[in-house]
Structures are given as C-alpha cells and as structure tokens.
Design a protein around this ligand. Sequence first.
Ligand SMILES: C[S@@+](CC[C@H](N)C(=O)[O-])C[C@H]1O[C@@H](n2cnc3c(N)ncnc32)[C@H](O)[C@@H]1O
Length: 186
Amino acid sequence: MKNFQTKMFNRKASNPKNKPDQIIEAIALKPGQSIAEIGVGGGYFSLRFAEMVGKKGNIYAVDTNRGFLEFVKNSAKEKGLDNVITTFAKEDKLVLPEKSLDFIFMRNVTHHIPNRVKYFRNLKDFLKPDGKIIIIEYKKGKFFTFRGIFGHYVLKEIIIREMEEAGYLLEREFNFLQEQHFTIYY
Ligand SMILES: C[S@@+](CC[C@H](N)C(=O)[O-])C[C@H]1O[C@@H](n2cnc3c(N)ncnc32)[C@H](O)[C@@H]1O
C-alpha cells in the first residue's frame, strides 16, 4: 500500500504535464547547497535535488509517514545517492539542523498543515539568513474534481498573506503550472 502511494506521488510529480523540469530549472540549485523537502512523499523531487547538489550538499527528506521515508531512503540507496537524510516529523515537530538550509521546498503539502502561520514562522529556525522557502500548492479545482471535493488546495493569496504574517516576503512567482501556484519567499 505504501509503495503504491509513493509510486503514485512519483508518477504525478514526474508527469511532463506537471512540468518537473521547469520546476527544477526555476529553483536552480547549486552544488553544495542544502535543501529540505517537507512532505517528501515518494521523493521524486528530493532525489533530483540530490543529484544537483552533489556530495557536498544535503537533502533532508521530511515526512509524517515512516513508510514513505523508508521508500525514499531505499530509492536513494539504489541510485547511489548518499546525501539524502530522511527525517520523521510529528505534525509540526521538525528535526532539522538549525540555520543550515538554503531552501525549504513544499510541494502539494501546505493544505495538510493546520495553523500554517505558526508553522511557517518556525521554519525560520532552520534557514540560513539568506535561505528561501519554495511553495507549490494546488489552485482551487472545479467542484467535481478530487481537490475541489476534499479541499486539497490553498489559494495563492492566502499563502502569500500567511507567509507575510509569518515574517517572509514574496520574492518570485512562476505562472507556468496549470494546476498549482508556485511562489518563492525570503
Ligand atoms: C501529496 S503528497 C506530496 C509529495 C511530494 N511533495 C510531491 O510533490 O510529490 C503530500 C505529502 O505530505 C506529507 N505530509 C502531510 N502532512 C505533513 C506534515 N505535517 N509534515 C510533513 N509532511 C506531511 C504526506 O505524508 C505526503 O507524503
């Protein structure tokens, strides 16, 4: 069951219609950088990040589901990527090194997080002074779609407002995704 879900996350993440290459290009990670993916799922993006940052960089793959983390750990091992560190999160309790991250990446996960302003504010503890937060989240779907019915989306205006309340400013936004909005904060 866990493998089924992780594979489904990865199939969706890697589907060209969801423009994974353009997302990777927009983030433009450099060798040696550190990035945490909160809500890593099947790890599609984290494993691609791991290749980009190389041996001197670090990827922290964070999830509340231990089965998903195990899948990501095994996938990294199979690909010979030893810079992927999986870390279990209990709701809003994150175990990450302080002031160490160039980026925090959250794709399709903010709709799962209650009390987001407090959550976002706490993320500051883990970012370097010039660190950034990248958020990709579903736009509102038509009522009869899965995300419309189950509320698996957060409007971009709400994310921007909550991030501002948490002490961040919008740096950039990209408009090439059909189903999601994509914003970067500092
Ligand atoms: C829709 S999946 C997205 C997976 C991945 N980011 C991607 O784009 O393919 C959402 C993931 O967030 C995780 N998640 C849910 N609540 C979380 C929380 N509070 N902290 C960390 N991860 C969480 C889920 O277990 C799941 O793996």
